[in-house]
Design a protein around this ligand. Sequence first.
Ligand code: AMP
Length: 424
Amino acid sequence: MAQPKFTTHHGMVDILPDDVRKWQYLEKLIHEEAEKFNFEEIRTPIMEQTELIVRGLGQLTDIVSKEIFSFSRGDDNYVLRPELTAPVVRAYVENHLDQRGGSQKLYYIGPMFRAERPQKGRQRQFHQFGVEVIGSDDAVADVEVIAFMIHIYNKIGIKNTTLKLNSIGDPDSREKYKEALKEYLKPNYEKLSDLSKKRFEKNPLRILDSKEEEDQPFIENAPVITDYLNEDSLNHFKKVKEYLSDLGIDFEGDPYLVRGMDYYTQTAFELISPDLGAQDALAGGGRYDLLVEEIGGQPTPAVGFAAGMERLFIACEELGIKLGSEKKVDAYIVTLGDKARKWGLQTLPKLREAGISATMDYMGRSMKAQMKDANRENAQYAIIVGENELDEGKFTLRNMKESEEESLSFEKIVNKLTSQHLQQ
Ligand code: AMP
């Protein structure tokens, strides 16, 4: 085959019709389950102001320093959203969602963009679903967010997962820890990666999230933040763990889990799957009690998670889980002659009106070729129409799987197909 003249960008993929069915299945499941949790969907623009992402996520994060797609046009700086927490908080502040009262329990599904080096489970355009609960500092909110995340994987059948849990405390605890971490790293400062050197003064916690080889030995033995939590932070963490245990949700403490954005406070968590290979994180999240204020709103606590949809599908493949039904159509009208073809075109809307999915040949093919096409489309029934059938008002209904035919009035065909449809 000739090389195509145009291709997608590196790390960006088309989702083709055969694949879309599993996406639709997952999206439908998320909408249905979110409704049960009383989460409301929010949709924000694909592009945001660059400054929002820089301020929100932090200048020294991998995402902001290396991975954002941004450009300017006139006086405006645009960024393709790399995540949705900062945009959702921006929408919350800009639209005064606090005035709706109570805490806002929001969820989203959509594409994100990060200029990472593509590999299995890591794309430049990928999709996340996630939840943001804005306005509650109660551990109940943390636990409901985590419970929803795990609930979706359980519903799909991905049960062999590990929930990693940490607390990175409030700013007061974190300041003390930062000093201890710097004290510990100082003797080996020269051996740290360039990026970690840059992070040392301004944002030493980021060093724990470093992927650079040369930093790893120092991360392994670093002091742990949980030893530096003050009473409030400890109490919150204790409650989160207690409520998770009450719900029977297992977790593993990971004192070095800091997550990739600076906005996190207190609870931080990640859901890991052994079925994913190198990119083993299915989802992650935590509290971000300072972000609303950082973005210009009133001080408002919040907690959320984001889950990678491509990685969920990779886990399904590894586990042999098939999502979504196969392609099919209830009825294919097979016609012989112009009059029948016209009848077919006029009959399609009547079938669809009755809730029956229906199609016909668009290419003027022979009857034999139409039957073949009906098979290819996985039609459950063929309605076969020629001049005689039109004169008699009776049509051949062929059950394609059973290869059985009967001659019926149009009314009876509709009744039969509708009842079949209801049984499925
Ligand atoms: P993050 O927003 O970095 O906390 O990521 C949350 C989840 O999104 C991760 O656990 C992954 O499942 C998924 N994810 C993040 N980056 C990518 C990427 N480049 N390609 C595919 N999935 C990703």
